[in-house]
Every structure is written in C-alpha cells, then in structure tokens.
Design a binder for this molecule. Structure first.
Ligand code: CTP
Length: 209
C-alpha cells in the first residue's frame, strides 16, 4: 500500500516448501518461487524470492515451459491496491477506504496455454462446498489436478487434509496428516498422473477438454 504497509494473508507457505523438499528427496530438480514467508528454503533448490503477485507471475512464466510439472500452491492475493503511495499514508478521519484491483491469475494464465508441455497442478483453499468449488476451479483454470483443502485446517498448520481432483474425473482423499507426509504422497501422485498424461517427448497423450 505504501512504504510501510502491505496486504497479505494467513498462509504459512509450508505446503509449498514441503512439496519442494519431497520432490528434491525423490531426486527431481526443483525451482521454488516463493512470496515472503518465514521458512528457510530447502538446500539444492533454485530459489526465487518474490514480493508481489506481479513478480510471481513473471517468475512462474519464465520457468514454466522448462518444467515437467508446475505446482501452484501459493496463496496469491486476488486483489492489490489500485495505487501504491510513495509516501506513508497518513491517518485522516474515522474511516478510510482503499481501492483494490484484481491481480493476474497465474494458474489460469498457465491453463490458457495451448499445448503446454507440463502437468499443471493448482490448489484450492475453501471453507465451504469444498468439492464443488474445487471442481469448478479445475475447469475454470484448466488444470490437470486440483488439490483442495479446508482453509480452516491447513492455514498456518503443520497438518492438512486433502481432496485431490483429476481432470479425468477421478478423486483421491488423503486424510489428516503432517504436511511433510502429504507432500511425499503428492509428489508420487503428480508423477504417476504426469506419466499417464505425457509420452517420453513431453507430448500430451490424453485429450484435454
Ligand atoms: N492463484 C493464482 N493467482 C492468483 C490467485 C490464485 O495462481 N492471482 C492460484 C493459487 O495458487 C491456487 C489456485 O489459484 O493454485 C486457487 O487459489 P484460491 O485462492 O483457492 O482461489 P481463487 O482463484 O483465488 O478463487 P476464490 O478466492 O474465489 O476461492
């Protein structure tokens, strides 16, 4: 908003960091693009630190096409201030309103790429109608997989409970467990689905709807 204030949310970033770590442990090369969180990046990742949704958009697009699997689980802000004040905004009167404008949807922008050579995985943080909203997100953002979770369980916590939706209509539940365990399961699941979806030259072998 100004040199001393910003808009953020309660997401800790733990899910993304544990997925990066699980992928590294499984022997993969990992690019971790992260907003400001209180976590140390795992060693051996190519680590890219960003502060804004625009910077994240740019970094993700720079690296997506060299990747086999893109996992987008950052809790990117949906809105940003319409103007960033160069000076600290002073207190004036009893009320203040802030004009916000939508940010670019990074996941949706990757989903719009025709013939993308990577598996696209999004997350959905919901508080109600989790499965219905997550299916709607999978279709709207044209992902291959959506990992849905109840935002009240996963936020700021070391544990989560996941519902995984696949574009072919299949679903899989992972019951409540530490994020480190769930991340190892997710990496296996993503790889298995990627193998089914792409041939050795990274050409899609299943029909995308
Ligand atoms: N996402 C993104 N860019 C944004 C907003 C969200 O890439 N500007 C991605 C998230 O990283 C996640 C997915 O979209 O993989 C769903 O994010 P979520 O916050 O659950 O949904 P929204 O699209 O923001 O919809 P809503 O807030 O209405 O539930």
């Amino acid at each position: 908003m100004d040199p001393v204030r910003y808009i953020s949310n309660r997401s800790s970033g733990k899910m993304g960091y544990t997925i990066a770590e699980a992928a590294l442990d499984a022997g993969h090369d990992v690019v971790l693009i992260s907003g400001p969180v209180n976590l140390a990046p795992p060693r051996n990742t190519k680590f890219i630190s960003v502060s804004t949704s625009d910077e994240m958009f740019e970094a993700v697009h720079r690296h997506a096409r060299e990747s086999d699997i893109c996992v987008l689980c950052a809790a990117v802000a949906d809105y940003k201030p319409a103007k960033v004040s160069p000076a600290k905004i002073k207190k004036r009167g009893d009320r203040m309103s802030l004009e916000l404008v939508t940010t670019c949807d990074i996941l949706e922008s990757l989903g719009q790429q025709r013939d993308r050579p990577f598996l696209l995985v999004g997350f959905a943080a919901e508080t109600d109608q989790i499965e219905k909203n997550a299916w709607e997100k999978l279709r709207r953002k044209n992902c291959d997989i959506i990992v849905a979770n109840d935002a009240r369980i996963g936020m700021e916590s070391d544990e989560n409970e996941l519902l995984i939706l696949f574009r072919n209509g299949e679903t899989k539940r992972l019951s409540r467990a530490p994020k480190t365990f769930l991340s190892r399961e997710l990496v296996k699941i993503f790889l298995k689905f990627a193998t089914k979806t792409f041939d050795k030259k990274n050409v899609m072998i299943t029909e995308r709807t």
